[in-house]
Design a protein around this ligand. Structure first.
Ligand SMILES: Nc1ncnc2c1ncn2[C@@H]1O[C@H](COP(=O)(O)OP(=O)(O)O)[C@@H](O)[C@H]1O
Ligand SMILES: [Mg+2]
Length: 233
């Protein structure tokens, strides 16, 4: 049987004013693929995730199919609502710092993606909380728990609606190295349990490689100032 990728993109580019041009030359992301996008600060890793997460419009692009939808067509016709709907249904995002809503408890933060989709699943939420060891702090607000607990809650939030693809932008960069290792381990193991694909960025490749992620390097051509990246699962 033929395997269809969750996401297939060819030559999609973005450039901020005066910045480097970032090109995803080719991406084929399948279920259970786990990628580590590496490269120095400023090379374009977050921009890549922005385009993959349907949040950042590519300036120039050949093709981009996500969950059998023609994403470039949606961008061209200004279908922001449709892009947002695809994003909330199929994607989970773990930011560098947890970015939880401060007026909600951890539990309410985590449940938000399920609520938006009208798919409450408290049992799954509790399993995630157990997996990530935050059960005892679920009723707390973000400012009453530790940085590590907030980051683990952000992982639970990204997985609560069982997304097909989890994107994580330097999810361990803002925590202590010992904690970073533990958080990454939990992220990879939880994604393994759910069967979601994972694409995460880092400037610390060593810890990601230890968990079997496939490295994809951002290459900045110093002459042309173009960063290119291939993601092939
Ligand atoms: N919001 C923005 N506005 C203008 N330029 C930006 C913005 N975000 C990033 N850039 C520029 O785009 C390039 C790539 O940035 P980024 O994707 O954040 O790299 P990385 O995540 O690898 O550090 C850099 O040259 C940066 O200065
Ligand atoms: Mg970045």
């Amino acid at each position: 049987m033929e395997r269809y990728p969750i996401l297939a993109a060819d030559r999609i580019c973005h450039q901020f004013d005066g910045g480097v041009i970032i090109e995803i030359t080719q991406a084929r992301i399948f279920t259970q693929n786990r990628f580590l996008i590496s490269g120095p600060s400023g090379c374009g890793k977050s921009t890549v995730l922005g385009m993959l997460s349907l949040a950042l419009k590519p300036d120039r692009a050949q093709s981009m199919i996500f969950c059998q939808q023609d994403i470039l067509k949606l961008w061209r016709s200004g279908k922001q609502d449709k892009l947002a709907a695809l994003r909330s249904k199929y994607l989970g995002f773990v930011p560098q710092t947890a970015e939880l809503l401060p007026f909600l408890t951890l539990e309410e933060n985590i449940a938000l993606s399920q609520k938006l989709l009208k798919k409450d699943d408290p049992k799954w939420l509790m399993q995630l909380a157990e997996r990530l060891d935050i059960v005892s702090v679920l009723k707390h607000k973000p400012n009453a728990v530790s940085v590590g607990q907030r980051q683990r809650a952000a992982i639970a939030r990204a997985l609560a609606h069982r997304p097909l693809l989890v994107l994580a932008d330097e999810p361990t960069a803002s925590v202590h190295p010992a904690l970073a290792d533990e958080i990454l381990k939990l992220l990879v193991e939880t994604v393994e349990d759910t069967g979601s694909a994972l694409v995460m960025t880092t400037h610390n490749v060593d810890i990601g490689l230890a968990y079997g992620l496939k490295e994809a390097q951002c290459h900045l051509d110093p002459k042309t100032q173009i960063t290119r990246l291939n993601l092939n699962g």
